[in-house]
Design a protein around this ligand. Structure first.
Ligand SMILES: Cc1cc2nc3c(=O)[nH]c(=O)nc-3n(C[C@H](O)[C@H](O)[C@H](O)COP(=O)(O)O)c2cc1C
Length: 304
């Protein structure tokens, strides 16, 4: 009997729901599933206060692991490991970084196929680069990545997700905005990805899995999001380092976090619409191939 380990963290339950649906074909195929959750020793607040939401930025971006309860795995070895995670500040969420830097978990990854499932707002490119590097460091083999995102426009989804995460209410802000998060339709149909993974697991051959997943035509990268992601992480790192360096007392840290908050809101709502408009008119038509290559790079997986 094939044995798989499935592990993730989720605050709102969104990622749990995606993974539950993804796992339906595994349950129908009598596969032994070890379902685990990452448990931070100091729980993150939910709903988030504005202060706590920004306060996790520096340590998240600099990938400094938090303390988690020691994971208790059912087996010493698995045929496949499925890691679900969410993006925080263009980086893996803090519980995800913690598990990827956990010695016991890293030992399980060695030489094993790994599938990542992402439940983010709409930005997962940078965080997946970090996750890829951490998996590689541990000697694991990433064989597929399944990112699910909120498909509403970037700025609308910033408003709706912040409303959801700061109130705990998954309804329409002021009764007019779209529902926050990944659509129920996308969550409910994530079993289609599970079917592809089960097929590969049964054959013990993952070499074509990512291609099979891409053929479902459900994973797309928007050019505007690619543009933002290719630039924003460098700036986040500068901010994260500065906040840690200058924020030596709670008062100073609070001041630097406030400056970051102002910067982020100006960049998102003031600058990005103008920069993207200019980019789309002046640059984009002449960089078609570069955009295509970049999207291909982020969507495909090289298995060695
Ligand atoms: C502190 C914080 C920062 C986040 N930053 C991002 C981000 O940079 N990009 C993104 O696409 N989503 C971001 N999200 C949204 C999460 O990826 C995720 O969709 C949401 O938190 C729900 O996940 P859950 O399964 O933990 O409930 C952020 C969420 C939190 C709490």
């Amino acid at each position: 009997m094939k044995k798989i380990l499935v592990i993730n963290f989720s605050q709102t339950g969104q990622l749990n729901a995606i993974i539950d649906n993804f796992l339906i074909p595994f349950k129908n195929s009598a596969i032994d599933i070890d379902r685990m959750f990452i448990e931070p020793k100091k729980p993150f607040p939910f709903p988030w206060s504005t202060k706590s939401f920004y306060d996790v930025m520096p340590e998240t971006v600099l990938e400094q692991p938090i303390e988690i309860y020691a994971p208790k795995f059912k087996h010493n070895e698995y045929d496949l490991i499925i890691l679900g995670y969410q993006t925080w500040y263009l980086s893996p969420s803090m519980p995800t970084t913690a598990i990827l830097k956990n010695e016991q978990f890293c030992n399980l990854l060695k030489g094993k196929p790994i599938v990542t499932i992402i439940g983010a707002r709409n930005m997962w490119l940078n965080s997946q680069e970090s996750v890829k590097a951490l998996i590689k460091n541990a000697g694991g083999k990433l064989v597929a990545n399944i990112p699910l995102v909120d498909k509403t426009s970037n700025l609308i989804s910033v408003i709706t997700i912040f409303y959801w995460l700061s109130t705990g209410k998954k309804d329409r802000k002021w009764g007019i905005f779209p529902l926050p998060g990944i659509s129920d339709e996308d969550i409910n149909e994530s079993h289609i990805f599970g079917e592809k993974v089960v097929e590969s697991l049964q054959k013990d051959n993952f070499s074509n899995l990512q291609n099979d997943i891409l053929k479902l035509n459900k994973i797309q990268i928007k050019t505007n999001i690619l543009f933002i992601e290719l630039r924003a992480k460098k700036l986040f790192k500068i901010w994260a380092n500065t906040i840690q360096k200058k924020g030596t007392t709670p008062k100073k840290r609070a001041l630097w976090l406030l400056l970051f908050r102002i910067y982020l809101n100006v960049a998102l709502f003031g600058l990005s619409p103008i920069v993207l408009l200019v980019y789309n008119i002046v640059v984009r038509p002449f960089t078609f191939n570069r955009i295509k290559n970049k999207k291909e790079y982020f969507c495909t997986i090289k298995i060695n």
